[in-house]
Design a binder for this molecule. Structure first.
Ligand SMILES: O=C(O)C(=O)C[C@]1(C(=O)O)C=C[C@@H](O)C=C1
Length: 290
């Protein structure tokens, strides 16, 4: 059976994993911290890790991409985009007025994952400007903490599944500042993902430019441009070795099987750039029809 490491039951990662592995026999191994999710696949306890990597509202989850580059060497086997729907959750008896209506003034603190909290800043400013905000390791963990601490005026931002699992009330549904809020997830591990197929393929590479080479990035991009290769993301991150030095994450809308792509990478290497292939994988998009 496929073993999959991920953030706790009821997290957005959990919902997204169940979507990708629908109809498969998968065993989910939950971890409180994303570091432990990575380690579990790195040390061979699990076949894959589920890694949230980018969000519509918040952009890249840089902690996770840095882990992928610096701490482990796990190839990307698939990516998929899944809706991230957040809700305000708490104890029914504690946060409602006599008529059973939510009384925002009773909430003194809101807990959530930093990425989820960032998706709801407008909502929090309008409704809960007086409440403290506390970041925890996942939305599911926020809901669990609120469950275990009744009577303190705490609420969580998380999934309806987490609210149900923990016997808590969903007070406000869909509280993100923009409706079309999606998260891009990566499936990483040594085992190729063959359970589903897709017409869309991507390759992710990490490029380190040679030092003191004026126009190096321009030349890297030209290698793709004149071959009419489509890039879907380029992002710089510090190498962490020397201030002012960066590597570039580049996502390419082609499989490594394409001769065009192998030629472009050879050209980039010939410029003196270091290229690390992070993975060449199928790309899936959430459709409610499935
Ligand atoms: O806390 C969770 O529920 C997660 O799965 C983590 C995570 C993230 O790291 O981006 C995943 C998707 C949501 O957009 C918010 C949080």
């Amino acid at each position: 059976m496929i073993k999959v490491a991920l953030l706790p039951a009821g997290s957005v990662s959990d919902e997204a994993a169940r979507y990708l592995f629908a109809g498969q026999e998968a065993q989910y191994v939950y971890h409180k911290l994303i570091a432990d999710v990575f380690v579990s696949t790195d040390n061979g306890t699990t076949d894959y890790s589920i890694i949230p990597i980018e969000n519509t509202i918040e952009g890249s989850v840089t902690l996770h991409s840095d882990w992928l580059v610096h701490e482990v060497d796990l190839p990307i086997q698939a990516e998929w985009v899944y809706p991230s729907i957040q809700n305000l959750i708490g104890h029914q008896s504690e946060l409602t007025s006599g008529q059973g209506e939510l009384d925002y003034s009773r909430i003194v603190k809101v807990l959530s994952h930093p990425v989820a909290m960032a998706q709801c800043q407008q909502y929090l400013k309008e409704n809960l400007p007086h409440a403290d905000q506390e970041h925890v390791s996942s939305t599911a963990e926020a809901v669990r903490i609120v469950r275990d601490n009744p009577g303190l005026g705490w609420a969580a931002i998380g999934t309806t599944i987490a609210a149900g699992n923990n016997g808590l009330q969903v007070f406000d549904r869909g509280v993100t500042d923009h409706d079309n809020n999606f998260t891009r997830f990566l499936l990483v591990g040594d085992r190729p993902f063959t359970e589903r197929t897709s017409d869309a393929h991507k390759t992710s590479i990490l490029v380190t430019l040679p030092e003191d080479f004026p126009g190096a990035l321009h030349q890297v991009l030209s290698a793709f441009a004149w071959r009419k290769i489509n890039l879907s993301r380029i992002e710089s991150r510090p190498t962490k070795k020397k201030l002012g030095t960066y590597y570039f994450f580049i996502d390419i809308n082609l499989s490594m099987e394409s001769v065009l792509l192998t030629a472009a990478i050879a050209e980039i290497e010939a410029l003196g750039c270091q290229v690390r292939i992070l993975g060449s994988y199928p790309s899936f998009t959430f459709t409610t029809a499935e």
